[in-house]
Design a binder for this molecule. Structure first.
Ligand code: NAD
Length: 294
């Protein structure tokens, strides 16, 4: 069993750290939020007082944080990972950040004597808590083999996407697709309502027809269709609309660099921007159905 430091115990990280502790790993966890710390300690993780305390004995250091600036601060700050981790520790960043951000972090880590890999995830809060995430990993063959031993304990799939940054590239393309598929799913559910179809009947039909997709079958934003979907908890503790907006924005930055202008993603960005202003930064992205209904 491994010694693992886990930094960032929010909607995703709290479940992932708990799963690792449950599988018998020694997890030393840290978050700025005391409530997140208490929840993770109750799930069997050690509560570290600082990042330095969390990382000092760890062989693997996992970060699950909102954005690249925060990951950078956690790595390079005075109290941070570079100053206090063991020299042979493997840094695994599971946050969604930009492709070039991941490559810069990899270079910074290397110049500080550490191996770094990007391993963003797909699956949402329910999959994080159940240990059934999909990891897309940017790493060398050797780094991947080393990280896989830990990642597989939180996963239904661990996929080597390519060298450092490739995990983020896959994640941004995936979430660009998810952003549009959620909006399209909401629009279909709304039209079905307006045409007098029973929501459960339409869900049953579309789930087994060519409209089938994850936004519908795992996340449908109408109460009572999917038991764990955020709609059943007033869109709390899910994938925040502001994080989806971040991901579509990152995908569009990468698209522009590649000389490509994806039209659906541009519209998604406009709609999620309005949604975040209307609903606030924390509500789950599928709550956009309420805005689309108006
Ligand atoms: P979250 O906002 O719920 O959690 C982030 C946590 O980081 C918070 O608990 C916060 O207190 C903590 N934090 C912030 N700054 C910190 C610092 N300097 N030191 C220690 N802790 C700090 O976010 P989340 O939904 O768990 O998402 C985390 C990452 O995973 C994001 O990059 C997101 O894009 C990605 N992601 C989220 C989902 C989802 O369904 N929520 C799915 C896939 C990927």
């Amino acid at each position: 069993m491994a010694k693992i430091a886990f930094i960032g115990l929010g909607a995703m990280g709290s479940g992932m750290a708990a799963v690792l502790a449950d599988k018998g790993h020694e997890v030393s966890a840290f978050d700025l939020n005391p409530e997140a710390m208490a929840k993770t300690a109750a799930a069997g993780c050690g509560a570290a007082a600082t990042i330095a305390d969390a990382v000092e004995d760890a062989d693997f250091i996992i970060t699950m944080l909102p954005n690249a600036n925060i990951v950078n601060a956690v790595f390079a700050g005075d109290d941070g990972v570079f100053r206090h981790a063991k020299p042979n520790a493997l840094l695994i960043d599971c946050s969604t950040i930009g492709v070039s951000d991941a490559r810069h972090l990899g270079e910074d880590a290397r110049s500080n004597g550490f191996d770094f890999i990007d391993a963003p995830v797909s699956g949402g809060v329910a999959a994080a808590a159940a240990g059934t995430l999909a990891f897309m990993v940017g790493a060398s063959e050797t780094q991947f083999a080393c990280a896989q031993i830990i990642l597989q304990d939180m996963a239904k799939a661990v996929i080597h996407a390519g060298e450092i940054g490739a995990g983020q590239a896959a994640k941004l393309c995936n979430n660009m697709l998810l952003a549009s598929s959620m909006i399209a799913t909401c629009e279909s559910l709304i039209l079905a309502e307006k045409l007098g179809l029973d929501a459960k009947v339409f869900f049953n039909i579309a789930s087994q027809s060519s409209g089938q997709n994850w936004s519908l079958t795992s996340y449908a934003p109408i109460k009572g269709l999917v038991p764990n979907a955020p709609v059943n908890r007033d869109f709390e503790n899910g994938f925040a609309g502001s994080l989806m907006l971040k991901d579509v924005g990152l995908a569009l930055i990468e698209a522009e660099k590649a000389g490509f202008n994806p039209a659906m993603a541009q519209i998604s960005k406009e709609l999620y921007s309005k949604y975040v202003v209307n609903a606030g930064i924390a509500k789950d992205f599928s709550g956009i159905i309420n805005m689309l209904r108006q």
